[in-house]
Ligand binder design. Structure first.
Ligand code: AMP
Ligand code: MG
Length: 317
């Protein structure tokens, strides 16, 4: 870890975007809101900047990063584009879908970004602040979630500050993230394959491609490195599919149940996704024993919610 830095909070306006773009050009890091979660951005062509991302997060180097660009045209500079990519980009970009495609030769990206894989994960984010930053910077931004590795992802600037203050140059404050879960990652290098459920339901991808999208097999290590079993871990223990609250527990509810906090009293999965990480942060900071969580239906964005909850509940190293 280098010397501590003073982490500036930048406002989401023209001077803030210009300052954030200047920080990226200098090879330093700036956290910024996307519609999924806050990202920790660095210039994807600059080895030092990318190395700083791994260092600030304490992220293992075998875990590759997603590159954010502001258009399909820019994406095509870095990956071998395909017809399927075109259909999906037309339908879902800008938005919470990451495509994994063969990396182009001489792409000029830092090899650290892809953890030296022959493929690159890339997306065009929809959040207006992310778009304004990408426009001001006019280049590819590598950006994992802006949290210490293994912890709950940030959906507010305050979450970023509490996790990474003193380790990054600045945070662009754009309020709360609307989707609240990371992007869906779809492998396209070798037929469509769901590598990580996320903010875009897999059902929507299947409808656009007119066919089923198989899920990555657990015996398929190359296809999505870094998807560790224990992740999104709060300090508290987590108990899943809780029908009631036991002694010493707080209940994170879903649907019409009496709970300490409720992801969506109306049983709306989109609302639950948007609240999930914020409520986990909140219950965790109150430091109250075990967090019990109501069952969440396993369809649409509920699949991504259950994926994150299973990782939050998994045994820790
Ligand atoms: P994060 O940036 O924290 O949302 O994590 C990005 C995730 O994207 C990684 O943990 C990988 O699982 C996945 N990923 C990134 N690049 C690739 C790639 N080239 N091939 C497969 N999966 C990737
Ligand atoms: Mg992450």
């Amino acid at each position: 870890m280098g010397l501590p830095v003073h982490t500036k909070i930048l406002s989401a306006d023209a001077p803030g975007f210009a300052a954030a773009a200047a920080i990226l050009r200098d090879g330093d890091l700036v956290a910024f809101p996307t519609e999924t979660v806050y990202g920790l951005g660095g210039d994807a062509r600059n080895d030092m900047a990318v190395a700083r991302i791994f260092e600030a997060k304490g992220r293992p180097h075998f875990n590759p990063l997603i590159v954010h660009v502001n258009s399909v045209d820019m994406a095509r500079n870095f990956v071998e584009w395909t017809d399927e990519a075109d259909i999906l980009a037309q339908a879902f970009w800008p938005g919470p879908l990451t495509l994994v495609l063969p990396l182009k030769a001489n792409s000029e990206l830092s090899p650290l970004v892809t953890a030296e894989l022959p493929t690159l994960a890339i997306r065009v984010p929809a959040h207006p602040v992310a778009q304004a930053l990408l426009a001001a910077f006019d280049g590819p931004v590598a950006a994992p979630s802006a949290n210490p590795s293994g912890r709950i992802s940030p959906t507010t600037a305050e979450h970023v500050r509490s996790g990474l203050s003193g380790r990054i140059a600045a945070i662009l404050d754009g309020g709360r993230c609307a989707v609240g879960l990371e992007s869906t990652i779809l492998g396209l290098a070798d037929g469509p394959k769901l590598l990580r459920p996320g903010g875009l339901p897999a059902e929507a991808i299947e409808a656009a491609l007119h066919g089923p999208v198989p899920v990555r097999g657990s015996d398929d290590p190359l296809s999505s490195p870094g998807q560790l079993a224990s992740h999104y871990a709060p300090d508290a223990q987590v108990r899943l599919n809780a029908r009631n609250k036991r002694e010493g527990e707080v209940l994170l509810g879903f649907g019409p149940v009496e709970a300490d906090l409720n992801l969506s009293p109306a049983g709306d999965l989109t609302e639950a996704a948007a609240n999930l990480f914020r409520y986990l942060h909140q219950l965790d900071s109150e430091g109250r024993g075990t967090i019990a969580v109501s069952p969440v239906p396993d369809h649409g964005i509920g699949r991504a919610i259950n994926d994150r909850l299973r990782r939050a509940a998994a045994p820790r190293d």
